[in-house]
Design a protein around this ligand. Sequence first.
Ligand code: PEP
Ligand code: CO
Length: 464
Amino acid sequence: MTNKWQPTDWRKKSIEQVPEYPDKKALEKVEKTIKNLPPLVFAGESRKLQKYLADASEGKCFVLQGGDCAESFVDFHPNYIRDTLRVLLQMSVILTFGASMPVIKVSRVAGQFAKPRSEPTEERNGKELESYRGDIINGLDFTEESRTPDPLRMLRAYNQSASTLNLLRALSQGGYADLNQVHRWNLGFVEKNPQGEKYKKIADQISESLSFMEACGVKSETVPEIREMKLFTSHESLLLLYEEALTRIDSTTGKWYDCSAHMLWVGDRTRNIDGAHINFLSGLANPIGLKVGPTLNSDNLLKLIDKLNPKNEKGRLTLIVRLGYDKISKLLPLLLKRIKDEGRNLNWFCDPMHANTIKSSSNYKTRPFKNILKEVELFFDIHKSENTIASGVHFEMTGQEVTECTGGAQEISDEKLGDRYRTHCDPRLNASQALEMAFLTAEALKRIREEKKGTQKNNIAANN
Ligand code: PEP
Ligand code: CO
């Protein structure tokens, strides 16, 4: 990062996935307004997250990143925010058990509005319009008016993000996130679930641990760590006009922070090393994520790493790997070996959603639960074989009982997808599928931990 970098530098670079706004005057006015609005998060909080991420890269904690594919204006309701937070909390209790270490929660919320699209336009019955690019840019309705980029949407997204964050902060610190309470919700899930028996063992062990802690005097009334949770926010840094307007100099360090979220990532479609998005992220002091898809080879990955984290700082850069259940075994070992050999400090997260999207026979975009799980399991197995650290998972999920991903214990079939298919963009795990995924991920993490311990014991015995 150089001191000379400015948040406007990206404007001189080529840019992908960002539309032309027809009304330039209105756009400038909105940008000016947002530049004067309060930051949504503080630089000190982003620094704290970087510290946790540095710990995660050393295997001292684990990260759960998750939330909606795309937030929307119509789904803005306190119950939705609460329900997504609840699932995130429930998953994190289960994962804490599997990983046997603290789980840091990073939500995809309060800013996750802009979407990259595979096609710039969409055609229906012979009519062609601009693709929907997320509620911060244009509307989902298939009309000329709705699909025209409207700068005022940025203001609405900012306001929605501010009130979402306000509720999240209140819920996470006001008693709602109490560990005991959250685990009680999990017991409800286990009882109701058709395959609940499978999860009962983990749930019982968590209950035992909580009772033991309470017997030792570790209670929520006295220990804030049990009563409160630390929650961070993140989203894809796609609409740079919005991100630039919320980028401010931190008075403590003199560095630039994008105060729209604690962590920002660059998507798989906009990671061109000479492009606008990489230029923008390279100058920020926030922790940064980079999506790693199957077309990124280890040479180009290394160049991107050095551009985004030239000082090789711990916790600064997270690679969010989304290779697909059928490709990960071939591609990930090559990347892990190369990065390890080159001594780069970074985190490896698994996003098992984005390379496992298919079209169902009923013509819905969907993701089979078993393929998502397979990619997660392979991710951990490969890290174990390469002796590298898998430090987080990244899911698209919702607190609602939607029918968007097939399979899971509820056995959602292709024919059932139409029942409650509500996403504005990609198919999400519903609340039950998200919890089931957490139980199965915890099992995988625990198995690997025990195998590792077994190997260490054998090595000690062999050396004695
Ligand atoms: C996303 O995370 O919603 C997304 C579009 O991801 P990717 O860039 O990995 O395709
Ligand atoms: Co998505």
